[in-house]
Ligand binder design. Structure first.
Ligand code: ARG
Length: 565
């Protein structure tokens, strides 16, 4: 894409360093004040002149050309007016030539990012609490991929702990393979709940569970077989939901994977003199950093969540040699991550600085919007099903003849749920309301999908199934709505990289809403299908760009864009 800022910097006649000039030029917020602006305050000290005088002088020496058609000095700012038809041509050609690749880059080539997200617990279903990590992680996976990084998606399974001893006892007493086959992980979860209920009256169950857990740890055949069975049931179930959410994992190494990988890291920490013994337990004292000690080995010799995470960090560094290791985990685990990152830093590991806790807030459902039956888990699958069913009702009412209704309802319903977790800064707690996320006119995924389909429908109206010819002449498109669209479109690559590097898909979500609103203003204000074929073709070329950016942006959020709605 043509770099207008660079062109301006190169053509300003002055002794100021070109790089300095380049980085000082900003996008003008108000189009009537030009398109780019150079605030001259920055140079006043250096040049020993007032900003007003500097701006005047630079203006007088500036020669306009094919790209810059006017320049004005206003209150110490130097405002540049670009040749808009040049900017339009450049934008449209760039986007349509790159196609689906628009917004991608190669800056991450050769670099690896480990992305720990959605990490589920065995024998428990994906619930509404997993929506944040799954949607945010899923989007970061795609964003960093678009920037050329090799991304390793890791589902750090919660597959270790005394609860699996309880599961075995419950299964042997009350388990029924038929029910498990029918209901999947829900049946396992019910068994677990029952164990806790019965344990109160039959305290001997607790000891039995402990013994079964010891057998799992020792690797005894029956215990391991049952555990693997629970694991399979869980993974079969969650993978269906992951497919619907368009997320993917490259590793399913969970907590138990590190059973035999904790000794070396522990010895390493001991060799650094970090480990002290307190009440028979091995800990790293962190009082100097205002944190409670990081517990590594309990007095009975067993390991902890933190021990496994430290072992996992070593393993990931060794196996993938990551440039960054991200953990998309709820903010409630903030202390846990600060502790383990600090321990790694104190051990003198230079890569400790590359570990990042990407924290996010809670998602809760509006009171009474879903019956949770017994137990108070709201399964993610049920939330998706309900959103899809509601979408189906809307489609049947609004557009009953739509082909592929089921598929579109799935894309829109699921998209709406994903978007609800990505629309706000990730740290915010959110309350999920079906009516709000499914509002086709609100700031929602269905609104974006609808706008995308509206772009598509313009081609149908023009009697084409796709853009047949990229326009060359944009001189007739000199209005503010078009200009706003063009500027947004040019910014798409920056938005992609900003969203990734700030670990904040909401930047992209907000941008897509802006783009869709700008498009709808353009659509209302101008006739795309019109008598002047040259203008029609120019507008259609622009529409194609908008559609591409919407589809690509939605895909980077993990949301599909139906052709028709
Ligand atoms: N399974 C854990 C939970 O449900 C999340 C694991 C996050 N990843 C990690 N490496 N600790 O809370």
């Amino acid at each position: 894409m043509f770099d207008f800022k660079k062109h301006i910097a190169d053509n300003i006649k002055s002794d100021i360093d070109k790089q300095l000039l380049y980085s000082a030029i900003i996008n003008t917020a108000d189009d009537s004040m030009g398109d780019y602006s150079l605030p001259c305050f920055k140079f006043a000290g250096m040049l020993r002149k007032s900003p007003v005088m500097i701006a005047e002088q630079l203006k007088n020496d500036f020669v306009c050309d094919k790209y810059i058609c006017d320049v004005k000095a206003v209150n110490g700012y130097l405002n540049f007016y670009v040749n808009r038809s040049e900017m339009l041509t450049d934008t449209v050609c760039e986007i349509l030539n790159k196609g689906e690749e628009y917004g991608n880059s190669t800056e991450g080539n050769g670099k690896t990012i480990c992305l720990d997200y959605s990490s589920v617990n065995i024998a428990k279903s994906l619930h509404i609490g997993h929506l944040g990590t799954t949607a945010i992680g899923g989007s970061l996976y795609k964003l960093f991929g678009a920037l050329g990084y090799h991304v390793v998606g890791i589902n750090h399974l919660g597959d270790y702990g005394t609860q699996f001893g309880k599961m075995i006892v419950a299964y042997k007493l009350w388990g029924n393979d038929e029910t498990i086959k029918e209901q999947g992980v829900k049946a396992l979860q019910d068994l677990y709940v029952r164990f806790h209920r019965e344990e109160e009256e039959h305290p001997e169950l607790t000891e039995q569970a402990r013994q079964w857990f010891v057998r799992i740890e020792k690797g005894e055949e029956e215990a391991v077989r049952l555990f693997e069975y629970f694991k399979k049931i869980t993974l079969d179930d969650v993978k269906v939901v992951y497919d619907r959410l368009n997320v993917k994992f490259d590793s399913w190494n969970g907590e138990s994977f590190y059973n035999d990988k904790m000794d070396k890291p522990l010895q390493f920490l001991e060799s650094k003199g970090l480990v002290t013994v307190s009440d028979g337990a091995k800990v790293v004292d962190l009082s100097e950093y205002n944190m409670p000690p990081c517990l590594l080995v309990k007095s009975d010799g067993s390991s902890l969540y933190a021990t496994r995470d430290i072992a996992a960090a070593f393993y990931r560094k060794e196996t993938y040699n990551f440039d960054k290791c991200l953990y998309v985990v709820a903010y409630q685990q903030d202390l846990h991550f600060r502790q383990i990152f600090k321990v790694l830093e104190l051990a003198g590991l230079p890569w400790a600085k590359d570990m990042v806790h990407v924290a996010y807030g809670m998602v809760s459902l509006e009171e009474g919007s879903m019956s949770t039956r017994k137990g108070n888990t709201v399964f993610l699958k049920d939330v998706l099903d309900k959103a899809v069913a509601k979408c189906m009702d809307i489609i049947c009412a609004k557009n009953p003849d739509l082909p592929n209704k089921e598929k579109v309802a799935e894309q829109v319903g699921v998209g709406a749920v994903i978007f609800s977790a990505l629309e706000n800064a990730r740290i915010k707690d959110i309350t999920f309301t079906f009516d709000r996320v499914l509002n086709f006119d609100g700031e929602t995924a269905p609104y974006l999908q609808y706008t995308h389909a509206r772009c598509r429908s313009l081609f149908t109206k023009a009697g084409m199934s796709y853009l047949t010819r990229i326009a060359r002449d944009y001189s007739g498109l000199d209005d503010v709505e078009t200009l706003r669209l063009v500027k947004l479109l040019r910014n798409f690559p920056n938005i992609v990289s900003d969203s990734a590097y700030k670990y904040e898909p909401s930047i992209l979500s907000k941008y897509l809403i802006d783009l869709a609103q700008a498009f709808n203003r353009f659509y209302i204000g101008h006739r795309v299908i019109c008598e002047d074929l040259s203008i029609q073709n120019a507008r259609l070329s622009l529409v194609e760009c908008v559609q591409l950016a919407l589809r690509k942006g939605l895909a980077l959020l993990g949301i599909e864009a139906p052709e028709q709605m």
